[in-house]
Ligand binder design. Sequence first.
Ligand code: SF4
Length: 680
Amino acid sequence: MNKKTLTTCPYCGVGCNFYLVVDEKDQAIAVEASSGSPVSRGQLCIKGWNAYQFVNHAERLQTPLIRRNGKLVAASWDEALDLIANKLAFIREKYGNDALMFFSSAKVTNEENYLMMKLARAVFKTNNVDHCARLCHASTVAGLAATFGSGAMTNSIDCMENADCVLIIGSNTTEQHPLIGTRVIRAKQKGAKVIVVDNRTIRLAKLADLHIKFANGTDVAFLNGLMHIILSENLENKSFIKERTENFTELESVIKDYPPEKVAALCDISKEELINCARMYATAKSAAIIYSMGITQHIHGVDNVRSVANLAMLTGNLGKAGAGVNPLRGQNNVQGACDMGALPGVFSGYQGVTDAAIREKFARAWQVENLPEKSGHTVTTAMDAAGTELKAFYIMGENPVISDPDQHHVKEALSKLDFLVVQDIFLTSTAEFAHVVLPGVTYAEKDGTFTNTERRVQRIRKAVTPIGNAKADWEILGEVAKRFGYQNMQYQNPGEILAEIAAVTPSYAGINFMRLDQGGLQWPCPAADHPGTPILHIGKFTRGLGKFIPAQYLPPAELPDAEYPLLLSTGRCYFHYHTGTMTRRTRLLEREEHFPYVEINFADAIELNIRDREWVELETRRGKIKVMARVTKAIEKGVLFMPFHFAEAPANALTINARDAIAQIPEYKICAARIIKIIV
Ligand code: SF4
């Protein structure tokens, strides 16, 4: 008889719940939605409905691999782990602790992220630990921590549906976070005003009351322009500004330089659009801002995020239902990976490594001495330092060859390493560079927790036996620690790890498996009887007063020119996820979106003599790839859009490795490109 196990979707940060159906042969064969889920309410998107197929895929890694004579060959766990121990010990001895870099993962559980940062800090005494939040929402973490004191989504998914106005900027919500997209549609049906600010005609733009297509990269100018109008029309929330915020005069002095005429010209929009948008947002009783990587993936990503925060504070749209600043986190557990301290400057719960008392607390809990105090490398700076300062990488569940900017630079970096360990479920493009590959397991083969975009910690549950000799990441990390003589990473089950997390992490203090079995809990949840916190900053910001941090508009790193006349923006598509390791091994998703493509406007296509579905060469100063042209009116003239999921034509062979100075997030959204017709 089939067995059903309630679990959480392994794809996007919405965190839908479903039952994984397993047959009598221990094979995952279907998914059934959970009507009791407060997040997904019995619905799923196409990725969720098909989230069982890759679990049993024939290409799953089933045994450790070791590189011998240039080839990866099967090895026993003891051989692989002994080799890792010998090599890492040798490199540490020769070059020091900070010659090692640890990549944690937004795909694995909270417990595994916690253990990866514990391994780096307690065993190897380095803060060189980071993960792919660096590539999607590092600017959110930095920007909102500075303005509000907490880098997380302020409100709940439910709030999207109950807002009077929803302003969506830099988020293709129905494609990237489909079940939040449905909440926006519900809000519209209930009478909310919907504003879409996006250069592309995304699906939500078709139902929006206002769709503004501003020039890519002018976000700060646009947001400052809105605030200028709000102030000049006395639409700001004066009591909120007075009682709840600081630094307002500094904001005023910057904003005065962004009158509508100037902003309209900078953003390539009309003055009237800007004014309408300002009035619609500022006069709503409760207005929610939704944003995603269209805001964050810029060299001025932190400025963009701070400007979004300024706008919400100016109108008092924080600390109440139906409002807030709502960054939609990309992967299933990118929020959790950040919460767990898989970041170079913080332990779990964003407790700083530079704080001696915090280091002392963790040292005591972990029974070690002298935890490192200097913040470590990020995943992006690590690629620059590979082969020089950094000699070995340990990469768990990440695929930087496909996900990081400027692929040539990444491949060169990985080739320069003395030693590379990759722990994953498939032989990824990154694993092909590894000296040792360790087979991890999928979400279906282990227990643990994920934290979704609204800070909701939810259970995943083991539904099938791990494939072949694969092991859960938490077990593997424990084995590595043991080989270095560290015994405090041996656990019977992930519930024990969560108990340790709760003991050292105030925002997770009241969270345990038993409570989560009754339903998810939104952090902060500081005590066992605390119900969780659906809305942050009620009455008081996490940092006390909200801080206005104004920004000046600055141009992107590389704009189109005579040689490369088009602007290339990259992102995701509905049917695939991240580097495609799971969705591209899912029949239905692969059938729907099989070829790498670039969207191009009709007018540009006519000028270049390119037909719809014709193969073309797409080129930037970093490289050239062959893709299919998708000719569409949904994109503006002069702009191209390409999803980055396709290893055979990687968009990141083209993207620029220019980064935000504070968050070190790359500018995936803008670089100069050209399209060349292939003459046959
Ligand atoms: Fe999974 Fe996200 Fe789709 Fe929900 S919306 S089913 S979490 S991919």
